[in-house]
Ligand binder design. Structure first.
Ligand code: PLP
Length: 491
């Protein structure tokens, strides 16, 4: 019997020396044929398989169908903002005028590219309510690292902050793992600020922790529990009164973009995750872009090169900035991602940008309100008017008490064509759900139905759910063994 779930053969296993359709159609020679000098021939021929064109096409189409993507299915991966990447972004990013620019080309020859980068800087500064932007960092974590270097350069500068003893950075206990990691990479000590039971910064603890050695507080707002901390103005005041700075991890800007400007609530410096907020398909480590935005007093320390507009309205790359922290990335930054960001902002316009933030929050609250009866939520309660921002977490204790684990629920979601959400973070046994603004009400309603069906299934027959998935191309993997004893093959 043929197993319908059997793994497809590798292309090498499909080697067929007499394929029905030729693998490669070379055009007729229009020059005399000459044998290659035997000295130039390698001893070992490359072991390439011979496979007919149709079989090659079928092979790769079958593999491509196994991909999971936002273009095909709902992807509510909390903290990742897996939103739709409009096709116009791809059209812009693949325009020859951009793809053909060499990074070492003279500024005069790359005016279109520099104009696009300059406009992106200007728009990101405006959306942040801050003064200057560097597009150099290659991802969110790299933005954090770059920003911390800028903060250090400012405090080390006798004409800047003039407080080299400020080497401590505070971060709430809900902080993303990259925050303490970036601090460690910069040699800054990181101190965890506790949260209250409601998930907000414990202000009394914060007041006690800020001192003359504090350089900054790194805060994600809305935080990783999906809550916007309305104390942010007061938090900024506590830091500023003590001579320290407020840094915003802007990975969750999707919730507030066009609605609130970080500069207006006291932020001095922040990074964007443009691949999230301004839609580039990402995941598994790339591709990303993490521009940083700063108040004017931090601008002299930004990385080089910076894109500037000259008096005659032309654009150039400026590298001669004596107080700059230097280069953090080669050439212009992640141009492909920045082009998608430019296109997304240009296509949305100011009203569209505001609509992104408002709809992302509306969609998340709609889902949470429809799901809370079956999926307990520590920080959300429609009855108590406790709302979330663009994402929310559920700790489905009642369902877990029936003997299933979060991974069982996640695997069952795959059966319904839904990408499992982020799990066990920021608290144990939680699912973190982020629908984004790009999903329709019909998709959200479908998701609610699926989650209800899964909850019913657990109540009726938990053992059945524990053996999911049933409709995926591969069964349950031993993920611990796969992580601990990987068997890597390349052929
Ligand atoms: C809150 C937060 N901060 C920082 C990051 C790091 O961003 P990146 O993955 O682009 O390095 C993430 C990524 O998920 C995040 O959610």
């Amino acid at each position: 019997m043929i197993d319908p779930k059997a793994s497809p053969k590798l292309i090498f296993e499909q080697h067929n020396p007499a394929p029905k359709t030729p693998s490669l159609d070379l055009p007729q020679l229009d020059v005399p044929e000459i044998a290659i000098d035997s000295d130039l021939l390698a001893d070992d021929l490359l072991n390439l398989p011979e496979v007919g064109q149709l079989d090659v096409v079928r092979h790769y189409t079958a593999l491509a169908k196994r991909n999971f993507s936002v273009d095909a299915n709902f992807y509510p991966l909390g903290s990742c903002t897996m939103k739709f990447n409009p096709s116009i972004n791809e059209a812009a990013a693949s325009m020859e005028g951009f793809t053909g620019v060499h990074p070492l080309q003279d500024d005069d020859d790359a005016q279109g590219m520099l104009k696009m980068l300059h406009e992106t800087q200007t728009w990101l500064a405006e959306i942040a309510g801050l003064d200057q932007v560097s597009l150099q960092p290659a991802a969110g974590a790299h933005g954090e690292f770059t920003a911390l270097k800028v903060i250090r350069a400012y405090f080390n500068d006798p004409k800047g902050g003039n407080a080299p003893q400020r080497r401590k950075v505070l971060a709430p206990d809900t902080a993303h793992g990259t925050n303490p990691a970036s601090c460690a990479m910069c040699g800054a000590g990181v101190i965890s600020v506790p949260s209250t039971q409601d998930g907000y910064v414990d202000m009394d603890a914060l007041r006690e922790m800020v001192d003359g050695e504090t350089a900054a507080m790194m805060i994600t707002n809305p935080n990783t529990a999906g809550l916007f901390d309305g104390q942010i103005g007061e938090i900024a005041k506590i830091l500023h009164d003590a001579g320290a700075l407020l840094y915003l991890d802007g990975a969750n800007m999707n919730a507030i973009v066009g609605v609130a400007r970080p500069g207006d609530f006291g932020v001095d410096i922040m990074h964007y995750n443009t691949h999230k907020t301004f839609s580039t398909p990402h995941g598994c480590g790339g591709p990303g872009s993490g521009p940083i935005a700063v108040k004017d007093f931090l601008a002299p320390y930004l990385p080089v090169p910076q894109v500037v507009q000259n008096d005659d309205k032309t654009y150039s790359l400026k590298s001669n900035l004596p107080k700059s922290i230097g280069k953090v990335r080669s050439f212009f930054g992640q141009v492909g991602v920045l082009l998608r960001c430019w296109t997304y902002i240009a296509a949305a316009g100011p009203d569209g940008i505001r609509n992104i933030g408002e709809t992302a929050v509306l969609n998340a609250n709609y889902l949470a309100a429809c799901m809370e009866d079956r999926f307990a939520m520590p920080y959300f309660s429609k009855a108590e008017k406790k709302y979330c921002a663009h994402e929310f977490i559920t700790v489905p204790k009642d369902l877990l008490a029936k003997g299933v684990t979060l991974i069982d629920i996640a695997k069952r979601m795959i059966d319904y064509g839904i990408h499992p959400p982020t799990m066990h973070w920021p608290v144990h046994d939680c699912l973190m759900i982020e629908p984004t603004e790009t999903e329709s009400k019909a998709t959200l309603d479908h998701f609610i139905k699926v989650m209800d069906t899964i909850a019913d299934g657990i109540e009726e027959d938990a053992a059945f759910v524990k053996a999911a998935p049933y409709h995926a191309c591969i069964d349950r993997l031993d993920e611990v063994a796969a992580a601990r004893s990987p068997v890597l093959t390349a052929s």
